[in-house]
Design a protein around this ligand. Structure first.
Ligand SMILES: Cc1cc2nc3c(=O)[nH]c(=O)nc-3n(C[C@H](O)[C@H](O)[C@H](O)COP(=O)(O)OP(=O)(O)OC[C@H]3O[C@@H](n4cnc5c(N)ncnc54)[C@H](O)[C@@H]3O)c2cc1C
Length: 493
């Protein structure tokens, strides 16, 4: 009989691991808390509209391709490259910046505010590119077995990058650009890591290279949830069963071996190997009762911000919008320094709007538009009361309406709001922190919660809060790394 693996959680990390392990001959069963797969990469269907719930684009598309090749399956979904990558508008300005990958076209956008933009951007991206290529295989795409192993790997990174370790993302961008427009737009990508450019290390400027030069950003034909539909369909072909509405709340063990996981109804599931896709720190705390992950320890860790997301169906089209649109204010530094910790920041929020129906007509009824808003907000550590959510959402919709010169509130047919409370409850995210643990020096690489359990030798972790970190390509790399651990230790039979 083939060895049995239980995967707790059917997020992207869990599903991708399930596929590779099933292909390698393991007998895989998945247990998912919610009624559908996908975790944060989810879909909401309501009143004739379809919305992507979390991620709306991704970088490093080749990571998906390589992983599918490893699994021996054809890509089960189709990418669409974005051009422009996104658009940015500052409050009080009629101008909208379109962020093209073509540097000449991009430079033309900044011609009136940043002289020699093209040369400056070339120089900036050259550095970011070198940083990317000198670190990605050494630090991101590999497992570490000890601090020594990790430090030894870091020591092989080209020392030319050492000075950047002392800078924040913001300081680094400031040393290349002078205008507030260029500085703010180029540093926006730090928000994609769930913190701000002011508290994100400059080493993450490698993300600028991934967005503008290396591979760009991608969307998925038919909506992002087709990634999940594709994976679930491939898993079905491999006879992997996914039990929905099944939340693991307890475990049973014998010495250093986990034997069973138990769901909310007391149903027990046994296996030879367990792979946990629930947040790697939260599961160790809540379910494993691991003494290294007590409530006090979790509270001392650094978590990413929360997200206020809302999904709006309009009975009209908004032809002047792009697929991805950012709306910024006029107090970037003050806003960024406050947004993680100060609920008052929300009086003048910054936000992002995704128009999923722009390229996917099926996502909205004819003549209608499907909008998905994301607003960075303090997580529940800093704002526990969300009784003001309707006021905040309406103030954003009013601001949006003014900025695009269209009526909006009057045209809303359907509206669904997720505050960090919903994000926490739905996906067991610590205090509703959208991306899990932050990526500060002491929480990355070997110092991130490991993908092997401290006590149970047959238990592994995959996903955003274990190595290497948050984001869709990282979830796939995480699956690759977790499977490498399992395949290195167990045979399928
Ligand atoms: C609003 C938002 C926007 C984002 N935008 C982007 C983007 O544009 N591009 C990008 O690359 N990334 C984006 N991300 C990040 C990306 O969504 C995540 O990094 C990635 O989806 C995480 O996948 P995962 O497998 O680690 O975990 P999850 O998606 O959290 O999956 C974990 C699964 O485990 C289940 N689970 C939890 N606990 C239990 C339990 N006890 N028992 C059973 N099941 C359990 C959960 O229900 C969930 O299905 C965004 C995230 C958010 C919140």
């Amino acid at each position: 009989m083939n060895k049995k693996i239980i995967i707790v959680g059917a997020g992207l990390g869990g599903l991708a691991s399930g596929l590779l392990l099933a292909k390698k001959g393991f007998d895989v069963t998945m247990l998912e808390k919610n009624a559908q797969a996908g975790g944060r990469l989810n879909q909401l269907k309501k009143d004739g509209f379809t919305f992507d719930v979390g991620p709306s684009f991704f970088s490093m598309s080749y990571i998906f391709r390589e992983f599918m090749e490893k699994c021996g399956v054809e890509m089960p979904f189709r990418f669409v490259e974005l051009d422009p990558l996104y658009s940015v508008n500052f409050r009080g300005s009629d101008k909208t910046y379109h962020l093209y990958k073509d540097l000449k076209k991009l430079a033309a956008q900044f011609a009136d505010v940043e002289p020699d933009f093209e040369q400056k951007m070339e120089k900036y991206l050259k550095k970011s590119g070198k940083l990317f290529h000198d670190t990605v295989d050494i630090v991101i795409r590999r497992n570490f077995n000890s601090v020594f192993d990790y430090i030894t790997a870091l020591m092989t990174v080209n020392p030319v990058h050492l000075p950047i370790l002392l800078k924040t993302f913001w300081q680094h961008v400031n040393s290349h650009f002078e205008s507030k427009e260029a500085r703010q737009i180029i540093s926006l990508v730090a928000f994609f890591l769930g913190r701000t450019p002011f508290d994100t290390m400059a080493i993450y400027s490698l993300l600028s290279y991934t967005e503008f030069k290396h591979d760009g950003y991608y969307n998925v034909e038919g909506g992002m949830y087709n990634i999940i539909n594709g994976l679930v369909s491939e898993l079905g072909k491999m006879n992997v069963s996914i039990h929905y509405n099944t939340e693991i709340v307890e475990v049973m063990s014998d010495g250093n071996k986990l034997q069973k996981v138990i769901d909310q109804n007391g149903q027990a599931y046994s296996a030879d190997i367990f792979l946990i896709n629930s947040d790697a720190a939260v599961f160790r705390n809540k379910v494993m009762k691991n003494p290294r992950f007590t409530d006090e320890k979790l509270a001392k860790m650094e978590w990413t911000m929360g997200y206020l997301t809302f999904y709006v169906g309009l009975n009209k089209k908004l032809p002047n919008l792009n697929l991805h649109n950012y709306y910024l204010g006029t107090n970037y530094e003050e806003y960024a320094n406050d947004v993680l910790v100060n609920p008052d920041t929300l009086q003048k929020p910054y936000y992002y709007v995704n128009v999923v129906s722009k390229h996917n007509a099926d996502c909205a009824p004819e003549g209608c538009e499907s909008l998905f808003f994301v607003c960075p907000v303090p997580n529940l550590q800093y704002k526990a009361d969300w009784s003001d959510k309707d006021d905040i959402v309406n103030s954003i919709l009013r601001d949006f309406s003014e900025r695009i010169g269209e009526t909006v509130i009057e045209n809303v047919i359907t509206k669904t709001i997720f505050t960090p409370q919903e994000w926490e409850k739905k996906f067991n995210l610590y205090k509703g922190s959208g991306l899990g643990l932050s990526h500060k020096m002491s929480q990355i690489g070997y110092f991130r919660p490991h993908n092997v359990d401290e006590k149970f030798k047959n238990t592994f972790y995959v996903g955003a809060s274990t190595a290497p970190g948050a984001g869709l390509p990282m979830a796939i790399i995480s699956a690759d790394l977790a499977c490498e651990r399992i395949l290195g230790k167990f045979n399928a039979t």
